[in-house]
Ligand binder design. Structure first.
Ligand code: AMP
Length: 113
């Protein structure tokens, strides 16, 4: 998508601090980290949010969840980590390209809302 920030990162038009990449997904460090480790994992195909996941495109989401534990291990998050996806305005989603936050490296607050 021409106007999508994360599509521009995938295309290499905007730089990112990559931690993992394959044919279908990309992971890079969040520019404004909320924890000592804060990584975003995104599909290369443009899906606007969790709300856009369907039977046709859910394979890439499954793949993301296969890779997340590998990234967590590589980052040394042996004591645990959180995976978050904000979906839509009420959840505070600011970039309309599906992404999963990996947060860790400290004891995270327990508030969910
Ligand atoms: P969300 O608010 O859930 O949509 O998450 C979007 C995330 O993207 C935020 O945590 C931002 O800090 C992060 N972000 C925005 N622009 C960039 C960028 N150029 N590189 C890395 N992370 C970014």
């Amino acid at each position: 998508m021409a106007d999508c920030l994360f599509c521009k990162i995938i295309a290499g038009d905007i730089p990112s601090n990559k931690v993992y990449e394959d044919e279908t997904i990309l992971a890079f460090r969040d520019i404004a980290p909320q924890a000592p480790t804060h990584i975003l994992v995104i599909p290369k195909v443009h899906i606007p949010s969790v709300d856009g996941v369907t039977a046709e495109n859910s394979g890439v989401v499954a793949h993301i969840f296969e890779v997340i534990p590998q990234i967590a291990r590589a980052e040394g998050l042996a004591n645990g980590y959180r995976v978050v996806s904000n979906c839509g305005p009420d959840a505070g989603q600011t970039v309309p390209h599906l992404h999963f936050h990996i947060l860790g490296g400290k004891q995270l607050a327990l508030e969910m809302a």
